[in-house]
Design a protein around this ligand. Structure first.
Ligand SMILES: [Zn+2]
Length: 269
């Protein structure tokens, strides 16, 4: 899980990472035209929406490289490496939230598995009665999405990780769990649980060999960090401290892993 809240917080906006300024202008123009036309249409709205989204699917890709730089080239949900071949995810699905199809604040770079295989057009809410009115767009802030939003949520307030050795594969594994201090009836707990289930985060082997294989080396790195962290905690002599921070530094610089935060904040089992 990666925390991407800084992307829209800081003064340097994603636009500044895009070299083709004309493409950015075209993006905003196309978005404005689309929203204006959509508002004026009567009964033909859904047909236009379908056609237009298909027709314009390359337009929002102008943000892809910028978001890849900002996210450190990792999917914010499963943290596998992503590239230009992966997806720009619309957090609120463009199929329903039509006015957010061209809103880059609704974008994040996701791997194909998380975006196209698992999430697709799903957008579960805590209470469907609080869903926005798709005509007037009113009261969107009442919605309580049951999915981790890397651009708004702090993963450390939702999740913890569990590391264990699996005898059948002879490898270490890493599972996500809702943070144990959360009340099981709370919105936060339900959000964490739904995120883990919907993205199938803990069932890599059965359903998702590619992702599992790509991540298995990373589990080893995390285990190494945990071992170093434990010895540092038990025996905080200089030698252990140096070793721990050396491993941590390598992971941060080379891989920019969000899950290292769970270890430094001691949210692991
Ligand atoms: Zn992913």
């Amino acid at each position: 899980m990666k925390d991407l809240r800084f992307i829209h917080d800081r003064k340097i906006k994603p636009h500044s990472y895009i070299e083709d300024k004309q493409a950015v202008t075209d993006f905003h123009d196309k978005g404005k035209k689309y929203n204006n036309k959509y508002k004026k249409l009567g009964e033909n709205k859904s047909e236009y929406h379908k056609f237009s989204l298909k027709d314009n699917s390359n337009v929002w890709k102008v943000f892809k490289d910028a978001f890849l730089i900002l996210s450190g080239g990792l999917c914010p949900v499963c943290e596998q490496d992503i590239s230009n071949y992966d997806d720009i995810e619309h957090f609120r699905p463009k199929q329903h939230y039509w006015w957010l199809a061209y809103d880059y604040k609704n974008y994040a770079p996701y791997c194909k598995l998380c975006n196209s295989t698992y999430k697709r057009t799903q957008f579960p809410l805590l209470n469907n009665a609080q869903q926005v009115d798709f005509k007037t767009k009113l009261k969107i802030n009442n919605e309580k999405p049951l999915l981790f939003n890397p651009l708004k949520d702090n993963p450390l307030e939702l999740f913890q990780i569990r590391l264990f050795y699996k005898a059948t594969t002879g490898k270490g594994e890493l599972h996500f769990e809702p943070l144990e201090s959360l009340n099981k009836n709370s919105y936060q707990y339900k959000k964490a649980k739904t995120t883990i289930d919907l993205y199938n985060l803990n069932n890599h082997i059965k359903q998702d060999t590619t992702r599992y294989n790509r991540l298995s080396n990373r589990f080893g790195d995390v285990q190494q960090l945990v071992d170093a962290h434990k010895s540092f905690k038990i025996n905080p002599y200089k030698k252990n401290e140096i070793e721990y921070f050396k491993i941590l530094k390598n992971m941060r610089i080379n891989k920019k892993l969000g899950i290292t935060e769970f270890i430094t904040k001691q949210q692991y089992k």
